[in-house]
Design a protein around this ligand. Structure first.
Ligand code: SAM
Length: 272
C-alpha cells in the first residue's frame, strides 16, 4: 500500500510522508572524492510501490482523453496508464530533472520540466497531483498562481484530482525516523528524516540521504503546506473550481477529523 510519500523518498513503512526530491532545494555535502552522486530519485519507486492511491487515480486517468499529471515524479501513474491501454494524450510535468529522468524511460508520453504554476493551455480533461505533490504549493502566492495555471490548462468541465494530508491528525508528529532500503544494483540508501518546524500550516523537514559506498550525503529540506478542508474550499472556489467529490481515504470514505487524507475532485464549469 502506498499511502504517504516523502520528498524524493518514502519510508518503506506504510506510514510516510510525501514531498519532493527537489534538487532546487537540496544541499549536497561532499566529504571526499565523488564517484557517483547520491540520487534519491533512483530509489523513489522502490520506496513508493504501487498502492491504493494509484489505483484511485489510474481509474480517473483511464476515463479521460487528455491528462496532465503535475508533480509526476518518476512518471509511475502515466507509465501504468499507457501499459493499461490509454491511447490519449498524457503529459507529465515536474520541476525535478532527476525524477523526470526516470519518467523519460517511456517516450510515448510528453514530459516537461516545469512547476504547477508553469502549466499552460492544454485543454486537459483531467489534471492530477498525486503523492501529495499539491502540498509542495506552500506559499499563498504559489498556491494561487498554481491553481490559476491549473484551471487555465483544463478544458471546460475538466477535472482536477489531488490529495492533501489532513492537518487534524498531525501526521508530522510521526515523521522523524531513519530507515534503509536496498535496490537491485546492490546500492543501499539510508534516509534520516527530521521535522525542523511546524508553523502557520507549513511543516518543514530535512531528509538526509546517504549511500555507504559513496563519500557524500545529500540533505533535502522540504516544506509542505497543510490546508484545512475550509482553507481548501476557499482556495478552490477563488480559482473558479467547484468541488465535485471529497474523500477522507482511498476507499472513498468521507472526510472526518480522523481521516488521513483530504482527497478532492474539483471541476471547472462546463461551457454555456
Ligand atoms: C512526493 S513526489 C510525488 C511524485 C508522484 N506524483 C508520485 O505520486 O509518485 C512530489 C513531486 O512534486 C514535485 N514538485 C515539487 N514542487 C512542485 C511544484 N511547484 N509544481 C509541481 N511539482 C512540484 C517534486 O519534484 C516531486 O517529484
Amino acid at each position: 500500500m502506498r499511502s504517504p510519500d516523502f520528498a524524493a523518498s518514502m519510508p518503506p513503512t506504510p506510514s510516510a510522508i510525501a514531498s519532493s526530491s527537489c534538487s532546487h532545494c537540496s544541499d549536497v555535502r561532499r566529504t571526499a572524492t565523488k564517484v557517483r552522486s547520491v540520487n534519491p530519485a533512483q530509489f523513489y519507486n522502490l520506496l513508493n510501490p504501487w498502492g491504493h492511491s494509484d489505483d484511485f487515480y489510474l481509474d480517473l486517468v483511464m476515463h479521460a482523453e487528455t491528462v496532465v499529471d503535475i508533480g509526476c515524479g518518476t512518471g509511475t501513474l502515466l507509465h501504468r496508464a499507457r501499459e493499461t491501454g490509454h491511447r490519449g494524450r498524457l503529459i507529465g510535468i515536474d520541476p525535478d530533472d532527476d525524477m523526470l529522468a526516470m519518467a523519460r524511460r517511456r517516450d510515448d508520453i510528453e514530459w516537461q520540466t516545469a512547476t504547477a504554476s508553469d502549466v499552460r493551455g492544454v485543454a486537459a480533461d483531467l489534471v492530477t497531483m498525486t503523492g501529495h505533490a499539491f502540498q509542495t504549493l506552500a506559499s499563498d502566492d504559489d498556491l494561487t498562481s498554481s491553481l490559476r495555471a491549473i484551471v487555465g490548462s483544463m478544458a471546460a468541465g475538466g477535472r482536477f484530482a489531488f490529495e492533501t494530508r489532513n492537518p487534524m491528525v498531525q501526521p508530522w508528529t510521526r515523521w522523524d525516523e531513519e530507515f534503509t532500503v536496498s535496490d537491485d544494483r546492490g546500492d543501499t540508501l539510508t534516509v534520516t528524516r527530521q521535522v525542523v518546524s511546524v508553523q502557520d500550516q507549513i511543516v518543514t523537514f530535512d531528509e538526509t540521504f546517504s549511500i555507504p559506498t559513496l563519500s557524500e550525503q545529500k540533505v533535502v529540506r522540504s516544506s509542505l503546506r497543510f490546508l484545512t478542508v475550509d482553507n481548501l474550499s476557499t482556495a478552490l472556489r477563488s480559482a473558479g473550481l467547484v468541488i465535485e467529490e471529497q474523500f477522507g481515504n482511498w476507499d472513498r470514505s468521507p472526510v472526518t477529523p480522523e481521516s488521513p487524507e483530504i482527497i478532492t475532485i474539483a471541476s471547472t464549469p462546463t461551457a454555456g
